[in-house]
Design a protein around this ligand. Structure first.
Ligand SMILES: C[S@@+](CC[C@H](N)C(=O)[O-])C[C@H]1O[C@@H](n2cnc3c(N)ncnc32)[C@H](O)[C@@H]1O
Length: 251
């Protein structure tokens, strides 16, 4: 998957291009990530990308013609017809399902992410060029770089062979409609607390059952609405009934 990012702060993206799973995915060619700075397409020698808002008021607005020149230059570099995504608090809410949807696109697809700054981008550019608007949550950040990195990270780690172990993403929270189970490592005893004995048993079936029960119990406690939305398997229903009975008795 070819990912293009339009941002006036391209250097911020070293957070994902130089570290961890996404850096590895780039090195291995699972994704490519190209950065494009609208300042390189500005109309003046000051590399201006923003102007005062018509009608007055605080803040500045990103100029439509500069943004259009930038995106048109990116179009020229892409082979397939790219989808243009503007990250915005006014977009649809990004979640696991959306990330999985992007990750299942054909591997030769291109995506163009646009990070806004200031009060945002002139509306005429958005109407003319943007295919989808996505939000990372109901709060306002000072720029779109972090939302773009959040989306790229969540999408790229779901691509086959991004993570060392393909099973890992399948067991993460939300992948199966449940929260993940708790995890433990060395030492076996930490401040008087021991690792659950089943995890030391070597009995893989019992471990799998314990993990599923933990996932169900956590989801029920922390995010019951996820359970309501999930089609439970016979085994999951049985384990949940057991948990509910236990809860009623102890309550
Ligand atoms: C200060 S914000 C502009 C907010 C805009 N005036 C509004 O209230 O909708 C600057 C840029 O940060 C990005 N941004 C801020 N919060 C975001 C969020 N929750 N999700 C996605 N992008 C966000 C957008 O690209 C936006 O153009």
């Amino acid at each position: 998957m070819d990912i293009h990012v339009i941002s006036i702060f391209p250097e911020m993206f070293s957070a994902i291009t130089e570290h961890g799973v996404i850096a590895r995915a780039i090195k291995q060619g699972v994704i490519s990530l190209s950065l494009h700075n609208p300042r390189d397409y500005a109309n003046d020698r000051h590399n201006t990308v923003d102007g005062r808002p018509y009608g007055g008021g605080p803040g500045m607005v990103m100029m439509p013609d500069v943004m259009a020149k930038t995106v048109e230059a990116v179009f020229e570099k892409t082979q397939s017809e790219p989808k243009v995504i503007y990250v915005s608090p006014q977009g649809q809410r990004f979640d696991h399902k959306a990330a999985a949807g992007f990750a299942s696109l054909p591997s030769n697809d291109s995506l163009i992410f646009i990070a806004g700054r200031y009060e945002g981008i002139d509306e005429r550019f958005i109407v003319r060029y943007v295919d989808e608007e996505w939000s990372v949550g109901d709060y306002v950040l000072s720029g779109g770089e972090l939302p773009v990195m959040i989306m790229v990270d969540a999408i790229a780690r779901l691509l086959p062979s991004s993570l060392g172990n393909d099973e890992s993403a399948k067991q993460d929270s939300f992948a199966q409609g449940l929260l993940d189970c708790p995890h433990y490592t060395r030492p076996e005893t930490f401040e008087g607390e021991s690792v659950p004995t089943v995890l030391l048993s070597g009995d893989h079936k019992a471990i799998e059952q314990w993990r599923l029960k933990q996932s169900l119990s956590r989801t029920q406690l922390r995010r019951p609405e996820l359970l309501e939305a999930k089609a439970l398997s016979v085994q999951e229903r049985k384990l949940l009934d057991e948990l509910e009975k236990k809860g009623t008795k102890s309550g």
